[in-house]
Design a protein around this ligand. Structure first.
Ligand code: PAP
Length: 323
């Protein structure tokens, strides 16, 4: 899927030698099962470095997700809430910088550029993005007082969003997987950062066991009621909105600033590409609940949901798949 495919270093070649390997959505044979998660070769070294070396600070905020679950949105919201003492929403850095730059991913940004990035000097609260499974997070994230905000999306829209994302910018000669092939893989949990059920379940369980540590949000809930979810985020981060802020309409301002329509129409998000080669614009598509119905047949949807439900068995986690 990506432009930059550096040759695999020898140590990494050794690492992947015995790992199960499958086709990625982009049609290349480059998805590896690494510590229980499917990770593309492109990002494997960075994932490994991040998971082994990152040292969390108590004031850190980690925005975690399965890809295509609302990460960009949650990054913008979390940044706006956590840094509101510095920036009025009307003068937010979000107006001139893409959310993914303000809140860089550990894997595809920071540890991709440098296996030992110097992150010590970043001003608190440092806010990072992450697609790793909860069980694979560095110990210091799990054991420090830093906060993890996770966003989950119903598995049908998540799949379709990823499929559309990959198909928006085909970059080399390798034929992409068809929707049928992609679907077949997904039903086996074989897709970037999957299995879906393991990614969501790790954070779901952690949020039940340690609600002060992990906040579990759902994309569909944010779509339905952004104001109360913004309040939830602020309270979780230990910086609830004051009565004065509520009266002044700060919460509404943040929700407008971070809305899909607003972000998508900013010049900075219409232009430019991510280091991965993905255009900034490709992170803003429809943002609808239930768009899957335009791509998946009812029986495909029913079958996949059944698989996911079985895997999540008894966890109490449910999904809303239509508006
Ligand atoms: P990432 O994990 O690769 O960063 P992510 O942001 O999670 O991607 O997913 C993009 C999806 O979020 C897109 O969904 P769609 O394909 O179903 O349309 C995108 O439209 C949606 N999205 C991005 N920004 C927002 C936003 N501000 N509000 C609501 N949805 C958004």
């Amino acid at each position: 899927m990506f432009n930059q495919k550096p040759p695999m270093a020898e140590d990494l070649q050794e690492l992947v030698l015995n790992l199960p390997r499958e086709k990625n959505l982009d049609g290349t044979n480059s998805l590896y099962l690494f510590k229980g998660a499917w990770v593309s070769a492109y990002v494997l070294r960075a994932v490994d470095s991040f998971q082994r070396h990152f040292i969390a600070q108590d004031t850190d905020i980690i925005v975690a997700s399965m890809p295509k679950s609302g990460t960009t949105w949650l990054k913008a919201l979390t940044f706006s809430v956590a840094k509101r003492h510095l920036y009025d929403p009307r003068e937010s850095p979000l107006l001139t910088t893409p959310p993914h730059e303000l809140v860089p991913f550990f894997e595809t940004d920071l540890y991709m550029k440098d296996p030992h990035p110097n992150l010590e000097q970043l001003p608190p609260p440092r806010i990072f993005g992450c697609h790793s499974h909860f069980a694979n997070l560095p110990e210091s994230i799990r054991n420090s007082k830093c906060k993890v905000v996770y966003i989950c999306r119903n598995p049908l829209d998540q799949v379709v969003s990823f499929f559309q994302f990959t198909h928006q910018f085909k970059q080399d000669g390798t034929p992409l997987l068809s929707l049928d092939e992609c679907y077949e893989n997904i039903c086996r949990g074989v897709h970037s950062r999957g299995p879906f059920w393991d990614n969501v379940l790790g954070y779901w369980k952690a949020s039940l066991e340690r609600p002060d540590k992990v906040l579990f949000l759902k994309y569909e809930d944010l779509k339905e009621d952004i104001i109360s979810n913004l309040k939830k985020i602020a309270e979780f981060l230990g910086i609830p909105f004051t009565d004065k802020e509520e009266k002044e309409g700060v919460i509404e301002e943040i929700s407008r600033l971070c809305s899909l329509d607003n972000l998508r129409n900013l010049e900075v998000n219409k232009n430019g590409v991510r280091p991965s080669g993905a255009p900034n614009s490709s992170f803003f598509r429809k943002g609808e609940v239930g768009d899957w119905a335009n791509y998946l047949s009812p029986s495909m949807a029913e079958n996949y949901l059944k698989i996911v439900e079985e895997k999540l068995g008894g966890s109490g986690l449910t999904f809303k798949t239509s508006q």
